[in-house]
Design a protein around this ligand. Structure first.
Ligand code: AMP
Length: 577
């Protein structure tokens, strides 16, 4: 029976694919085409991820992925070796029962095995679901079960975080371990070892995916309200995103680059750099678990890194390390790419003036694969004074080709690009989400085909977007989300607490940290230490508020909600302290 467009419900990729490849679909397209259009006569060559790896094998076999292993040693492997290992692993996935469309999880640091999985899983026709190692156990369990992961690859160094949730996972059939020592032990069932699978396999394997619209990657956003939501990337969207990154108005990655993604591979697919580098022939320098300033500085020096990418807190730490170690050579660096949170203007200035490193401020979202805008100065900016230059560079920048932006008011009326009008930022484009995984309805999408980002921004006449706020009030600490609502709910469960509101306060190191304003009950006497101890068993350590302000009441809006805007102002001016 032919499947109709109306039959397609979210999360039913097989049905959708069946429809897209059905006679009915082709006929309907052809009818329109015959009547109205003259078709171009170019090949309909599918944009699949395996093409990037094939390209790297042929043109850049000698270029390398360089990994700092957990024990501090450096592991090197060129793209020819990587190609062969990817093929072996893709074939091995079949022996584990992985079929087209299955979700396969990864729980790992940035390293060469994780890179291989970025190609092997989609190459086998499956979906690479990167799991955030910093998630709280309940969230991790939720997303694994929601995605119905069949196999999960785990970095042995992270097993203590993973083993406690294994009992609550519903459909996982195999766990594959890498980076383990000889004395390795685990409580996980059905365990295989990565290198054993590679050894037992061979590279006589044909890439499975033929349709560029097939899903290849899955990343969950940390939910603002409710559960985390999945962004399901297709081969086509990811290949186009890779072109987007490699444009000169993006990152302009080149064969001469050595790129250090400090951004984790579980955060929006390391901003697509594992694909961008192989397409461009750039070396990839993977830091493993070594993310502190001194370790990064050492990698930059030894591997002659030209581009490093990460959230602002990483660059604050690196900057202070550079200041302490002026003798270390960082002259290879051409670009510091920063996104995830706003990069402080003073830090952009310091890097450029003191170190001669061009800071590229970028904005993106998991829902955008993630690249949206990048801030490059253009020829028209040559006349700018230094101060105007830093102001411009602190903006989130202009959209890369492939993404379009607009700002709208509360009634969804488009606002002018005058640098003054403030509105909700909306985007559309070839690598922008059109629907969340298994979620048919969402207010995130407008009727006229745009994605609501939840960010609030201005856009200058030249197209430079500047984020001014967030619609929602999440706290973003060191690039990771902290839900103010979850903390509030937990605090208000304490017997001594009447009300609690959590806001983000600016922080030099982490960009933002949570601050809790607490109203005690009449007899309540709990103090900051007591509340921190109360929260500790249920939250990751970095979620715990650094400061608690005890107040007689919390400002509220006309409909009785916490007025976070006013709370922020009052905390900043000391009225609430
Ligand atoms: P995520 O999906 O976790 O990457 O988070 C996306 C959100 O991070 C965006 O909606 C913004 O609120 C925030 N964000 C990303 N890049 C920037 C930036 N350059 N400046 C300020 N906020 C940013």
């Amino acid at each position: 029976m032919a499947i109709k467009n109306a039959d397609i419900t979210p999360g039913t990729e097989e049905k959708e694919l069946e429809y897209l490849t059905s006679r009915e679909f082709r006929d309907s397209v052809q009818t329109v085409r015959k009547d109205k259009l003259m078709l171009g006569l170019m090949m309909n060559f599918p944009l699949t991820i395996d093409r990037i790896l094939e390209h790297a094998r042929r043109l850049y076999p000698h270029r390398e992925v360089i990994t700092k292993l957990p024990n501090g040693e450096i592991h090197r492997q060129n793209y020819l070796q990587t190609y062969s290992r990817v093929k072996r692993m893709a074939k091995a996935l079949g022996t584990l029962g992985v079929k087209e469309g299955d979700r396969v999880g990864t729980f790992a640091w940035n390293n060469y095995q994780h890179l291989e999985l970025y190609y092997a899983i989609p190459g086998a026709g499956a979906v690479c679901h990167t799991l955030n190692i910093r998630l709280f156990p309940e969230q991790l369990t939720y997303i694994i079960n929601h995605a119905e992961d069949k196999v999960i690859f785990i970095d042995a160094t992270l097993l203590p975080l993973f083993e406690p949730i294994a009992g609550s996972l519903k459909g996982v059939e195999h766990f594959v371990i890498f980076n383990h020592g000889s004395d390795f032990k685990t409580t996980l069932p059905n365990v295989s070892f990565y290198e054993d699978l590679i050894d037992a396999s061979d590279d006589d394997f044909e890439w499975v995916t033929k349709d560029e619209n097939s899903a290849m990657g899955l990343c969950y956003t940390s939910g603002t309200t409710g559960e985390p939501k999945g962004a399901l990337y297709s081969h086509r969207s990811m290949v186009l995103h890779t072109f987007g990154i490699n444009q000169s108005s993006g990152l302009g990655t080149a064969e001469t680059d050595a790129v250090l993604p400090v951004v984790p591979q579980f955060h929006a697919m390391a901003w697509g750099l594992p694909y961008a580098c192989l397409m461009a022939g750039a070396n990839l320098v993977m830091p493993g678990p070594h993310l502190k300033g001194p370790a990064l500085l050492d990698l930059i020096d030894k591997e002659k890194v030209t581009v490093a990418a990460g959230v602002p807190s990483i660059w604050t730490d690196l900057y202070h390390t550079m200041k302490r170690c002026p003798e270390v050579d960082t002259s290879s660096m051409r670009v510091l790419m920063v996104g995830g949170s706003a990069m402080p203007r003073a830090l952009i200035e310091a890097y450029e003036k003191e170190k001669g490193i061009n800071v590229l401020h970028a904005w993106g979202m998991t829902e955008l694969s993630p690249l949206g805008t990048v801030c490059h100065l253009q020829s028209r900016h040559q006349h700018l004074s230094d101060s105007e230059k830093w102001d411009t560079k602190a903006c989130q920048g202009t959209p890369v080709f492939g993404v379009e932006t607009r700002i709208v008011d509360e009634e969804n009326n488009e606002q002018p690009w005058d640098g003054k009008a403030v509105g909700e930022l909306q985007v559309r484009g070839s690598w922008v989400i059109r629907q969340y995984y298994k979620l048919e309805k969402s207010e995130s999408f407008t009727d006229d085909g745009w994605f609501r980002t939840g960010d609030v921004a201005t856009i200058s006449p030249e197209g430079y977007m500047k984020l001014t706020d967030r619609v929602k009030d999440l706290v973003k600490s060191g690039g990771e989300w902290i839900s103010s609502v979850e903390l509030e709910n937990a605090l208000m469960a304490h017997d001594d607490v009447l009300e609690a509101a959590v806001i983000a306060v600016p922080d030099e190191k982490w960009a933002e940290r949570p601050l809790a304003v607490v109203v005690r009950t009449e007899q309540g006497s709990v103090d900051s230490e007591g509340l921190r101890a109360f929260l500790a068993p249920n939250f990751a350590k970095f979620w715990l508020p650094d400061r608690f302000v005890f107040a007689p009441q919390i400002p509220k809006t006309s409909v009785g909600k916490f007025d976070k805007k006013r709370i922020r102002v009052q905390v900043a001016d000391g009225t609430l302290n």
